[in-house]
Write a protein that binds this ligand. Structure first.
Ligand code: KIV
Ligand code: ZN
Length: 513
């Protein structure tokens, strides 16, 4: 009988800390529901003390998700712990994750606290969290650069105070697999009460080693891994859920553990997170990249056709890949539409939402004859993305023209804070002209950091998904849009980014209070 490896997903917390990846409450709920379908054990839904919006999001996720434990992050201070405790209250099963830095550099330069004070605060924080739930996780932040003797001391005290999970973060992605694995072995052997808690690995990918380090931890006794969909996360990101799960599943000959993940839901989760954040998945990304199961060379194709296992170690279907299926067309009815979306894990709260979505589907079917699963997902995601809370701007209409030898032009009409406004601009292309027209009305002063377009299926009639990244005063936001017309998709993405730029600001968990 294998040990259970707890999969702790932090896409909605550490993933969201990635610059530009911030998500609205609705977006978080959609991702959380998909994580529940994946059957992750724990969803870290956010950092409730960051802002009222973050609190609401964690509370909303705690109310809708039934089968996964919902976790809220808290620094080792009273307000953070109390906010996290309140936010997870509606959950069937709730956890508080509290942390304090333990490396010499963090204690001295960031916290300005002595090691004794840090131990005392850690104990105090765990005890306070236990007033809200008996499921408390403690992290010695920057454990990867902390002294093992001190780690043993603070962890023993935290377990004694009531911590049930001890998470070991390689906060700055500095560790290498052998060293990180040995750290787990040492901690588990030396800490007298280590058997009273589950040890967890939390790795960052600065040296491209997050998955390898997490697996080394598992081989040396870790029974929880913290990870994110597509490896989203600060800087180079976190351990990728899809990679860790498939490594454990594929190499059952090596690992003494197994997960409960429904791997067939992995691709849908990857696409959803990519659509919502605008962070494209690179084609050669393991498991979820477009080329992950594509065999280009003749020799490989020949081998795979004769006997699949000559070159394939996993089955594409096991992670959710299927050949593009034409699921619907212009004559498909409302029931078929609803049923297919339900199969894709998309549900509507009200009859009105379903009718609106069906209306958009009919419009799309007039323009595009064959509609694939990816088109349906994009259609629904786009509508949710465009509904930013407290939106200030909305696209009403767009007219562009381009002719050889003439300057491309765009005429845009926007709804701007309750009023209809129009502008005409020229640019080096129609997208450039459209952005200039929007900017002339909104005057955001933001700089365009990134613009990208991708098609969700093959063919020139495909839905195009666009991402726009804007920066202003150090704040970075990503906007997304999709449409069969890429200029319209681009305008939607730009406007979506502008709305996000004006949404509330929040505190970062890894700053001192
Ligand atoms: O990387 C890190 O140290 C963290 C902690 C908050 C656990 O994300
Ligand atoms: Zn982290």
């Amino acid at each position: 009988m294998k040990d259970h490896l707890v999969i702790f997903d932090t896409t909605l917390r550490d993933g969201e800390q990635s610059p530009g990846a911030s998500m609205t409450k609705e977006e978080k709920i959609r991702i959380a529901k998909q994580l529940e379908r994946l059957n992750v054990d724990v969803i870290e839904a956010g950092f409730p003390a960051a802002s009222p919006g973050d609190f609401d999001s964690v509370q909303a996720v705690a109310s809708v998700v039934k089968d996964s434990t919902i976790c809220g992050l808290a620094r080792a201070v009273a307000n953070d712990i109390d906010r996290a405790g309140e936010a997870i209250k509606p959950a069937n099963s709730g956890r508080i994750h509290t942390f304090i830095a333990t490396s010499p550099i963090h204690m001295e330069k960031k916290l300005r606290m002595s090691p004794d004070e840090v131990v005392e605060r850690a104990v105090w924080a765990v005890k306070r969290a236990r007033n809200y739930t008996d499921n408390v996780e403690f992290s010695p932040e920057d454990a990867g650069r902390s002294e093992p003797d001190f780690l043993c001391r603070v962890i023993e005290a935290a377990i004694k105070a009531g911590a049930t999970t001890i998470n070991i973060p390689d906060t700055v992605g500095y560790n290498v697999p052998k060293q990180f694995g040995l750290l787990f072995r040492e901690l588990l052997e030396r800490i007298p009460n280590s058997d009273q808690a589950i040890f967890s690995a939390h790795c960052h990918n600065d040296l491209g080693l997050a998955v390898a380090n997490s697996l080394a931890a598992v081989e040396n006794g870790a029974r929880q891994v913290e990870c994110t969909i597509n490896g989203l996360g600060e800087r180079a990101g976190n351990t990728a859920l899809e990679e860790i799960v498939m490594a454990v599943k594929t190499r059952q000959d090596i690992f003494d553990v197994d997960t409960r993940i429904r791997t067939q839901e992995i691709l849908a989760a990857s696409r959803l997170v990519s659509n919502i954040t605008g962070f494209a998945v690179q084609p050669n990304k393991a498991i979820v990249g477009a080329n992950a199961f594509a065999h280009e060379s003749g020799i490989h194709q020949d081998g795979v056709l004769k006997h699949r296992e000559t070159y394939e170690i996993m089955r594409a279907e096991d992670v959710g890949w299927s050949t593009n299926k034409m699921v619907m067309g212009k004559h498909s009815g409302r029931n078929a539409f609803k049923t297919r979306l339900e199969e894709l894990g998309i549900e509507f709260e009200t009859e009105q939402e379903l009718n609106d979505a069906f209306g958009r589907f009919k419009e799309l079917a007039d323009r595009k004859h064959e509609i694939y699963d990816e088109d349906l997902q994009s259609l629904v995601t786009d509508n949710n993305i465009q509904r930013v809370e407290n939106e200030n701007y909305r696209l009403i209409s767009l007219k562009v023209s381009t002719e050889t030898g003439e300057d491309p032009q765009a005429e845009v009409t926007l709804w701007v804070k309750g009023q209809e406004v129009s502008a005409l601009s020229y640019g080096s292309g129609v997208v450039d002209a459209t952005f200039k027209a929007i900017e002339s009305m909104v005057e955001s002063g933001a700089s365009l950091e990134l613009y990208s377009v991708s098609n969700v299926t093959n063919g020139t009639d495909s839905m195009g998904e666009t991402a726009v990244r804007l920066e202003k005063g150090g704040r970075i936001v990503n906007g997304q849009g999709s449409d069969t017309d890429i200029v319209t998709a681009s305008a939607k993405a730009y406007i979506n980014a502008l709305n996000k730029l004006e949404s509330e600001t929040r505190a970062h968990p890894q700053t001192t209070v």
